[in-house]
Design a protein around this ligand. Structure first.
Ligand SMILES: [Zn+2]
Length: 405
């Protein structure tokens, strides 16, 4: 089944770029470096890496596909980047964790796989925010990479990506696996990969699974190894992120991701996400409290009152004309099973979207309590929630305080 078949607009042609790419690759091979061999490389590939490429798989995770894909990649001794669809991640958190546990990198591929450039800015933010949240819930880490569905982007979308600290990743080579390419064709397309580049593949095609061992073998013959995508540059680097690509980046039709504050206003009327909260809670680092009755009398001294043991710290993440993104970190000095943060927004400020917490009120005095999955904190533990707000970022919310439960 093809949950998100891409249309014929999925990838622009890049034939005009081939000569430059070949030239760059030739230069790369002549100036090869040999450091940074991937520790996961299979013995048959234990040769010098003259450069790194990124294998990327979009649209998962999906039951029946993702596990096979992970196993195929592991058998080939390579790590890859999975651009997950948020809805799929929320429905299959165990598969997201399996990706992480297999050493794969995880990126954001929107919540519903829409044509992002046809959405309002508020809808774009919702697509990205919910996916960040779902993946963070599953793995504890929010993605730093975003690949727009159908590789369609524009300045408005890039401004929203920047609000979430995301680097936009296009693709240097389209495997055409979404377009029913044969295994031979997928392998042939992958042969165009050059150091620093990435190839677009998908979570579900059987022909892709069949192509992977041949792709990896071809790359090894050319001195190329599978690596990660650097959030700083958007280019493939060594799996440890430490080794820069050995060649100058090939030309790209994608402008580099902007890290400057967006100049366009963020969603001014963003409704909170309408999606139901996840039904599958992520793993908690705190064991659930035992409900067994005590067999010995309770201690004569009552346990310490957990209220007052937590602190909340506000941080401005980014701001732009008419809005800002904030983050509040909640830390506790004792084990608590829930928390509530109270703060007062300045005149003209109103919260439009909250993640990793549940807000009561939007302007003036606001309280945010933990979400279902991040209320339990161990002694010394911490978590955070984020929000988008309308209005000027200054002054910061005042009177911020945390109470535990
Ligand atoms: Zn896709």
């Amino acid at each position: 089944m093809t949950p998100f078949p891409a249309g014929p607009t999925a990838a622009p042609t890049r034939s005009s770029r081939r000569p430059a790419l070949v030239a760059a690759a030739t230069a790369a091979l002549l100036t090869a470096v040999t450091s940074g061999l991937a520790v996961t490389a299979a013995p048959s590939m234990a040769a010098a890496c003259t450069g790194y490429v990124a294998l990327t798989f979009d649209d998962g995770p999906t039951p029946g596909n993702t596990t096979t894909l992970i196993n195929t990649l592991r058998a080939a001794g390579v790590r890859a980047t999975f651009f997950n669809v948020g809805q799929n991640a929320q429905s299959n958190p165990a598969l997201v964790r399996a990706q992480r546990d297999a050493g794969m990198w995880i990126g954001n591929h929107s919540w519903t796989h829409p044509h992002m450039t046809q959405l309002s800015q508020a809808q774009m933010a919702s697509e990205i925010s919910q996916t960040q949240q779902a993946i963070q819930q599953a793995t504890g880490t929010a993605p730093k990479l975003f690949r727009p569905p159908y590789l369609e982007s524009n300045a408005t979308l890039r401004a929203v990506e920047a609000q979430f600290g995301l680097t936009e990743i296009n693709a240097d080579v389209d495997s055409q696996d979404w377009n029913n390419a044969s295994t031979d064709q997928i392998v042939q397309n992958a042969s165009r990969l050059q150091a620093g580049g990435s190839i677009l593949m998908h979570d579900w095609p059987a022909n892709t699974i069949a192509a992977i061992p041949r792709i990896v073998s071809d790359l090894a013959n050319r001195g190329l190894c599978a690596g990660m995508i650097s959030p700083a540059t958007g280019r493939a680097v060594a799996p440890d992120g430490a080794t820069p690509p050995p060649s100058t980046p090939p030309p790209s039709t994608t402008p580099p991701p902007t890290t400057a504050p967006p100049t366009t206003p963020p969603p001014s009327t963003t409704p909170p996400p309408t999606t139901a909260p996840p039904t599958t809670p992520p793993p908690s680092t705190t064991p659930p409290p035992t409900t067994a009755p005590p067999t010995t009398p309770p201690p004569s001294t009552p346990p310490p009152d957990p209220s007052g043991v937590c602190t909340a710290t506000y941080r401005l993440v980014s701001s732009w004309t008419g809005g800002f993104q904030g983050e509040v970190t909640v830390s506790s000095t004792a084990a608590i099973s829930g928390w509530t943060v109270r703060m007062t927004l300045a005149s003209g400020q109103s919260i439009s979207n909250v993640w990793n917490g549940v807000a009561t009120g939007a302007g003036g005095p606001v309280s945010v309590r933990n979400a279902a999955y991040n209320g339990s904190l161990s002694a010394g533990g911490s978590t955070s929630f984020g929000f988008l707000a309308n209005g000027s970022s200054s002054p910061a919310p005042s009177g911020i305080a945390c109470s535990g439960a």
